[in-house]
Design a protein around this ligand. Structure first.
Ligand code: GLN
Ligand code: ZN
Length: 748
């Protein structure tokens, strides 16, 4: 009996980001709806064919989306936010306006899909009445069959994950109503000849899946199973090992998908300890769907053999650990990477080849795998990965400064800032002109000196603007950076930028995470030139602007041959060297941004403490070597921090700025019970919207914060950097902000 293989999801964006371009063209009105559907269909079908040709037996359908698969699922079941319900519920326009907002309606929130950098649209359940608007999956299943000759494996976000990730009071009620609708969808797929249906339930790997949750799950899956005949249900988990393995394998489904790559071997331990039901299929995630490195297939074979001790080969399906939407499409088109790095890469297409090769080997159709491992072993043995100088004993580096109170005094003496000092978070508008200049420079059509001159011109312009506005602490504006992590990825050693390694972040927005391929170290200053140029233009303090070690780690593709903590430690020393370079050159305030601090947080509560400890230590190692009078700032955004105040405090930064206004000030309440004594700026206006807030609104935000924080510690700043705003808007809003601060200052 042959072992089979499967894939869980394929990147929608296309090799050349065709998908993104199509979406944006449609939004701009350059395509009719008909053209849009047809062009999307071409992409969709080509992805199916590609997977089949790569040798995948169970090709996923329904994973393709025009925006987000969670939104697809919500809309399919009529979970449409109240404010959009006066529109045609099955129209493309409604779909996109839920995701992106429309003239008079705000978009639904979006948030991170588990611990990935993919963002889904949060379904809003309140006031909805679930109903099947149309069986999208059936349509896609038929399309694959009729037009590509592929009997696909329909993939759908499961009811427990869908409701758990939604917002609203009536989750339980909605869940009950959803169950018969899932049955209906599956039933129709069964009639059309679906062999397997994959139900994605990653919620089972989180702490949400406690005993009570599993009990509820059992009932729901019993109902679903009862409604079906011959079609088989595959309950798919990923990203880590399920919390309740024993209960999970007793659910009434035909197969279970488990991640055997992450969570340091936990899944295999559970398999050994508790076994696996004889009548069930195990879809084993044995190729890492999250990283970009070639698998060491000889090791993978050993893993598969261990699994085979517990599961018969006719009941084993080999697959990636999760959907491949989290990795770029193909490593084949990389042009700028060191050849040793390039030959160790495996993006989505290469991962499918690995799956096929592994399956053939296990089925005795391929004799050896040793050639495959060569790329990765060559990189492992090379100098790139083995800079002995950076394998320092990290504990030799100080992580503590003198007390915050002593620092505060020294800093006040040095800077004499007014109460409620005003500042910004770092970046100023990246106009078309700025982008064009950077692009020309990268392509080599703008010389070093012309480019420097251009950047310096922008810095000067904005130093003047900031002085005129009357801001107290200035920034240089970050015009030289496309992205806060990419910029450091280009300059630090041991990291590289790919030419085409895009992954979807949200909607049509794609990001290109740097690759940490080797030992990371600092060779020469990254930010000194621009910062010093700015500081020389003004008597006011200019903050040096750095990306912190935790954020660089969490927003990069990281080598997987050493623990992440080891990479983090190397990054912390590289940033420490940058901090020292700035201080030595006379920069008195240095901001080390950590917007992604929360992102690495493990799902399981028991693992969180260790992560936070390592992260805090790394940040402190980066920043602790400066003199007491040097002021360390940090900044955080993108997520909720209410439950992290202790860790934030532990960073021991002199001043922290946190995005606040989008969560409608919820964060402020945390300071009612937690006494935070260092400098803090809770963003007083939202920078994600072009809307210019009024003075009253900003004063209200400041005063609300001052109810729980001291005027002597509070800073007035926007929520985040202003790179996405227009120049006029940015100046206008800052003008109001400075005025609001002055008014509050008089009252304070
Ligand atoms: N300093 C960065 C900026 O202003 C911070 C960006 C971020 O927090 N994501 O753009
Ligand atoms: Zn931010």
């Amino acid at each position: 009996m042959k072992m089979r293989n499967s894939n869980l999801g394929y990147p929608r964006i296309g090799e050349k980001r065709e998908w993104k371009k199509l979406l944006e063209a449609f939004w701009k009105g350059d395509l009719t709806e008909r053209e849009f559907h047809l062009d999307m269909k071409k992409i969709r079908l080509s992805h199916l064919v590609k997977q089949r040709e790569a040798g995948i037996d169970l090709v996923p359908v329904g994973d393709f989306s025009y925006y987000d698969h969670v939104l697809d699922t919500a809309v399919m079941f009529g979970l449409i936010p109240e404010r959009f319900r006066d529109q045609d519920q099955s129209s493309l326009q409604t779909y996109f306006s839920i995701a992106r907002g429309s003239k008079d309606k705000v978009a639904s929130e979006m948030t991170k899909w588990f611990n990935t950098n993919y963002h889904y649209i949060v379904p809003e359940l309140d006031g909805t009445e679930p109903r099947l608007i149309h069986n999208r999956l059936l349509e896609l299943f038929k399309e694959a069959k009729d037009e590509a000759g592929i009997t696909g494996k329909p993939v759908l976000v499961g009811p427990l994950t869908l409701t758990a990730l939604s917002k609203g009071e009536k989750k339980e009620e909605i869940l009950e109503k959803l169950v018969p609708l899932y049955v209906q969808v599956f039933k129709e797929l069964e009639e059309e000849g679906a062999e397997w249906i994959q139900i994605d339930e990653p919620i089972f790997v989180t702490s949400a899946a406690d005993a009570a949750f599993m009990k509820k799950t059992k009932k729901i899956y019993e109902t679903i199973k009862k409604g079906l005949g011959s079609t088989k249900l595959l309950l798919q988990t990923y990203f880590e090992c399920p919390e309740q393995y024993e209960e999970l394998i007793q659910l009434p489904v035909d197969g279970i998908g488990l991640d055997f790559v992450h969570d340091s071997g936990k899944t295999l331990e559970h398999l050994n300890a508790f076994g696996f039901p004889k009548d069930m299929v195990l879809a084993a995630g044995v190729i890492d769907g999250r990283n970009i490195w070639k698998a060491e297939l000889q090791k993978t074979v050993k893993l598969v053999n261990r699994i085979l001790e517990k599961v018969g080969r006719d009941r084993l399906i080999l697959q990636p650990s999760c959907s491949l939407i989290h990795v770029p499409v193909t490593a084949g088109s990389e042009v700028n990477l060191h050849p040793l790095v390039k030959s160790a890469l495996a993006f989505a297409d290469e991962k499918l080849q690995e799956i096929t090769l592994l399956t053939k080997f296990m089925n005795f159709e391929e004799e050896t795998l040793s050639a495959y491992d060569q790329g990765i072993s060559e990189l492992a043995a090379s100098d790139l990965r083995n800079r002995h100088s950076v394998h320092a004993s990290f504990d030799e580096y100080s992580t503590d400064r003198v007390s915050a109170a002593q620092r505060k005094e020294a800093q006040q003496r040095k800077f004499s800032l007014p109460v409620l000092p005003t500042t910004t978070i770092g970046s100023f508008p990246q106009t078309n002109e700025v982008r064009a200049a950077r692009l020309k420079y990268k392509k080599g059509t703008l010389s070093d000196s012309d480019y420097s001159q251009f950047i310096e011109g922008e810095i000067k312009k904005w130093i003047d603007i900031q002085e005129t506005l009357g801001l107290d602490v200035l920034v240089h504006g970050e015009f030289e950076r496309t992205d806060m992590v990419e910029y450091f990825g280009e300059k630090l050693k041991g990291m590289a930028i790919t030419s085409n390694g895009w992954v979807q972040s949200y909607g049509s927005r794609c990001v290109r995470p740097p690759v940490i391929y080797g030992d990371v170290f600092f060779e020469e200053p990254v930010t000194l030139k621009e910062t010093l140029f700015a500081q020389r233009l003004t008597d006011k303090p200019v903050k040096g602007m750095l990306t912190g070690p935790v954020t660089i780690l969490n927003w990069s593709f990281v080598r997987s041959d050493v623990p992440r903590a080891a990479v983090l430690n190397q990054l912390s020393l590289a940033i420490r060297a940058e901090v020292e370079a700035l201080e030595n050159a006379g920069i008195g305030m240095i901001q080390v941004d950590e917007p992604a601090l929360r992102e690495g947080l493990p799902f399981k509560e028991k693992m969180r403490e260790q992560y936070l400890e390592e992260a805090v230590k790394a940040f402190k190692r980066s920043t602790a070597s400066v003199k007491p009078e040097t002021q360390i700032h940090t900044h955080m955004c993108y997520s909720s921090f209410e439950d992290m105040i202790e860790a934030i405090d532990a960073l021991d930064a002199d001043v922290i700025s946190i995005e606040t206004s989008r969560s409608h000030g919820e964060l402020i309440h945390s300071f009612e019970t937690y006494s935070y004594s260092k400098g803090i700026g809770l963003g007083v206006y939202d920078i994600h919207s072009p809307r210019i807030p009024s003075e009253t609104e900003m004063i209200r935000n400041i005063e609300r914060a001052l109810q729980v924080l001291d005027a002597g510690q509070f800073w007035v700043n926007p929520d985040c950097g202003l790179k996405t705003r227009g120049e006029k808007e940015a100046v206008e809003a800052l003008k109001i902000m400075v005025r609001a601060a002055k008014i509050c200052r008089e009252k304070a």
